[in-house]
Design a binder for this molecule. Structure first.
Ligand SMILES: [Zn+2]
Length: 448
């Protein structure tokens, strides 16, 4: 009872103090955030970059990609010991077909995957946290030359491993999948394989948190140094949008409210709530300019996915051969990384993933009543399919605002607000007793 009252008082305060979300910290998530260690992350990165090359087509089982996969699998299995049998890990092999581009002929490659099974057998939701294990140097077809890949994407894999380590000992109703993809540099091969499999088998993926290049805090050329800001990329118009979806988007002007954008806002709010001195910047594009990443195949298959990345990139340390030229050291080496920055990125990931995996599922059939002309906005919805919501946040923002500005808490499944739907955007998320919020759902119009 005390716990419930405590939670409720926090929820009510949050109405008044939106913007000062530190008061909403859940102690379990807070302790997971504290367990994320820059020393652990550093040890993974030094180990990963000690393999000569993690190129997708590298076959050196002593010093190359096969050995790197065994290393990640070994760590996953070590972490799984704390999970009471709920975490299992494997090297999942598959044939990636020759494509006449970056895969010369059909090749056997593999992702390294760990599953932390949810504690609710009736809850099908899956949260994916990913990075890519493969690395490259200047020549993307050079499968044997040195390619330490400390930051691209040893950093993303280190985040995945650290989340697996800390989360293995914890219980969540939803399942969390930790993936080190192969073949990102050869054309998103590992992510395409898993995203297609997930679609074919009907996996209920709630969110994909893809981490790619997340451990450096200073820019080349412009010489900015700042370890207090990171980016989350999210698509505006869903890649998988069909004609009906497009028609609804145009009529509701919801081009800034895709599920991927809601996930990005969620990561911003939860990340900044739990991680001090880290701003999560929303970038309104699916990836860097004209580029893609392992989140792309998931978006293409209709899943909600985002890419996390560092704010300031250092290009002499990406996709370059390790060498000294004119007194400048080139190459993706661990000595150029900022492990305190990486710790904060991992902390944003764990707060978001743990919060999603603890939450009830999203409210269902969220509608906004548009049957009559009124300056009120009435929304209604149904309880989530999985987990127990004790209430709901109805979120509101100005049409020009990037983030939700006001939250109304209710224990009902409808609300009638004295704000016109012509002037604001709304969404609804479910809230559990522990204060974990689901992703927000943008309402569809109720016309009859
Ligand atoms: Zn990368």
């Amino acid at each position: 009872m005390r716990k419930i009252l405590f939670t409720l008082s926090l929820l009510i305060y949050s109405n008044l103090l939106i913007g000062q979300q530190a008061i909403l910290r859940n102690t379990t998530i807070e302790s997971m955030v504290r367990e994320v260690s820059s020393d652990s992350l550093k040890s993974y990165i030094y180990a990963l970059s000690s393999f000569e090359s993690r190129h997708t087509l590298n076959t050196d089982s002593e010093k190359g990609m096969p050995a790197a996969k065994q290393y990640v699998l070994g760590k996953f299995n070590e972490f799984a010991n704390k999970s009471g049998g709920r975490m299992t890990a494997e090297i999942e092999e598959f044939i990636t077909p020759g494509d006449g581009r970056r895969i010369p002929s059909d090749s056997k490659v593999a992702n390294v995957v760990a599953w932390l099974k949810g504690t609710d057998p009736n809850d099908p939701r899956i949260i994916v946290v990913s990075g890519h294990l493969d690395s490259r140097n200047k020549d993307v077809m050079d499968a044997t030359g040195a390619a330490p890949g400390a930051n691209d994407d040893g950093s993303g894999v280190a985040v995945v491993m650290e989340l697996a380590r800390v989360m293995a000992a914890r219980e969540f109703p939803a399942t969390v999948v930790f993936v080190a993809f192969t073949g990102e540099e050869q054309g998103l091969k590992g992510a395409t394989y898993l995203a297609d499999k997930a679609k074919n088998e009907g996996w209920k993926i709630e969110a994909v948190l893809n981490n790619d290049i997340v451990g450096n805090s200073n820019s080349s050329e412009t010489l900015i140094s700042n370890n207090t800001v990171m980016r989350v990329f999210s698509e505006s118009i869903p890649l998988a949008e069909d004609e009906r979806g497009a028609a609804i988007r145009r009529s509701t002007n919801s081009d800034n409210d895709s599920p991927s954008r809601q996930l990005a806002r969620y990561i911003k709010e939860i990340g900044e709530r739990y991680v001090d001195h880290m701003e999560v910047k929303l970038i309104y594009r699916s990836d860097r300019f004209l580029r893609g990443g392992d989140q792309t195949p998931f978006m293409r298959n209709g899943f909600t996915a985002v890419r996390m990345s560092e704010m300031n990139e250092n290009f002499p340390h990406q996709h370059e051969n390790v060498r000294i030229e004119d007194g400048i050291q080139y190459g993706d080496l661990p000595e150029f990384m900022d492990f305190e920055y990486l710790r904060k990125v991992a902390a944003v990931n764990i707060a978001s993933a743990a919060s999603l995996a603890s939450a009830a599922s999203k409210p269902q059939e969220v509608r906004i009543d548009v049957r009559g002309l009124t300056n009120y906005s009435r929304l209604h919805w149904k309880a989530p399919e999985n987990g127990k919501a004790i209430g709901y946040f109805v979120l509101m923002r100005e049409t020009s605002s990037p983030v939700w500005e006001k939250k109304f808490y209710t224990t009902e499944t409808e609300i009638n607000l004295p704000y016109s739907k012509d002037n604001y955007f709304f969404a609804v998320q479910s809230v559990t007793e522990d204060g974990a919020e689901s992703l927000a759902v943008f309402p569809s119009p109720q016309t009859r």
